[in-house]
Design a protein around this ligand. Structure first.
Ligand code: PMP
Length: 291
């Protein structure tokens, strides 16, 4: 396996960063998780736009251009002979001193790991996922804005621990107003009387690339999509609920806090959009090219 690290393709054993990197010391950095389907990197430009926006929000100058990052992602896939997989693109603040000051870190590090991916088991897509509502609130936009995809995921990890302790794998996170923000690693959608609803970004949702693709696919089918503030009540009384994310794609939800959602089975709109999404991933994306 070859990993891109600051301009070189190195083996897994050689792919190491300093213990003084602020990415490690403080979670100071940004990242993206991106999918490769049939030799095409899905919506790479959108992922790079989000990466650059996250970096801008934390005053982190990415030492490569977007085009150079496109090359690094494509070459990482080619070096590892991947046609389907997952790309983890990381930019850390770089090596500094044992103090918070990010401006003491001279050079950010850029890492690209292209690997295969472990999806949820097939039965989750067939039967639906059981969710809980986490007691850990989503970070307020006035603290660390949830739109920043930073290396500090403790907010989500604390909610994930609650999910795992409750015997499941994903949790709904509410914001300080009690509105639904998203899940620990996925956005959330509600189907109600044939229309789609998803929490607005202002409620603490990440601008998910899969979320955006699903909004486009639904709109193409003439399905009304809105972004109102949602409460637990809205989830509990929905006809269908599903999650979206790069790794998970579209995941039906069977129950929330032990309450059955809709019929308790993947609903018709969830299944339709899953089919549309799978088709889209075969045609939409940057071709990595042959080696
Ligand atoms: N919310 C959070 C907190 C995430 O980490 C992610 C990505 N795993 C998502 C939503 C989904 O975003 P995307 O569709 O871009 O992967």
């Amino acid at each position: 396996m070859k990993i891109y690290l600051d301009g070189k393709y190195v083996s897994k054993d050689e792919a190491k960063i300093s213990v003084f990197d602020h990415g490690l010391l403080y979670g100071d950095g940004v990242f993206e998780g991106i999918r490769l389907y049939g030799g095409r990197i899905f919506r790479l430009e959108q992922h790079l736009d989000r990466l650059f926006n996250s970096a801008k929000a934390i005053v982190l100058p990415i030492p490569l251009t977007k085009q150079q990052l496109v090359e690094a992602c494509c070459e990482s896939c080619r070096q590892n002979k991947l046609k389907d997989g997952y790309i983890r693109l990381v930019v850390t603040r770089g090596v500094g001193s044992l103090g918070l000051n990010p401006f003491r870190c001279k050079t950010p590090s850029v890492i690209v790991i292209a690997d295969t991916i472990e999806l949820y088991p097939e039965e989750v897509y067939r039967e639906g996922l059981k969710l809980i509502t986490a007691s850990t609130q989503r970070t307020s936009p006035s603290a660390v804005n949830p739109q920043i995809k930073s290396l500090n995921y403790l907010n989500n990890i604390l909610a994930k621990i609650e999910a795992v302790n409750a015997g499941t794998v994903e949790a709904v996170m509410l914001n300080s107003q009690g509105h639904v923000a998203e899940c620990t690693g996925d956005n959330i959608f509600v189907v109600r009387r044939g229309t789609l609803e998803t929490p607005p970004v202002s409620a603490g949702a990440l601008v998910g690339v899969t979320r955006q693709a699903v909004i486009e696919l639904a709109t193409k089918r003439g399905i009304d999509v809105s972004q109102p503030n949602l409460t637990r009540y809205d989830l509990e009384t929905a006809d269908e609920v599903f999650l979206t994310g790069t790794a998970a794609e579209i995941v039906p939800v069977a129950s929330i806090d032990g309450r059955i959602v809709g019929s308790g089975r993947p609903g018709p709109l969830t299944l339709q959009l899953t089919e549309d999404f799978r088709k889209l991933t075969r045609t939409d994306g940057v071709l990595i090219g042959a080696k």
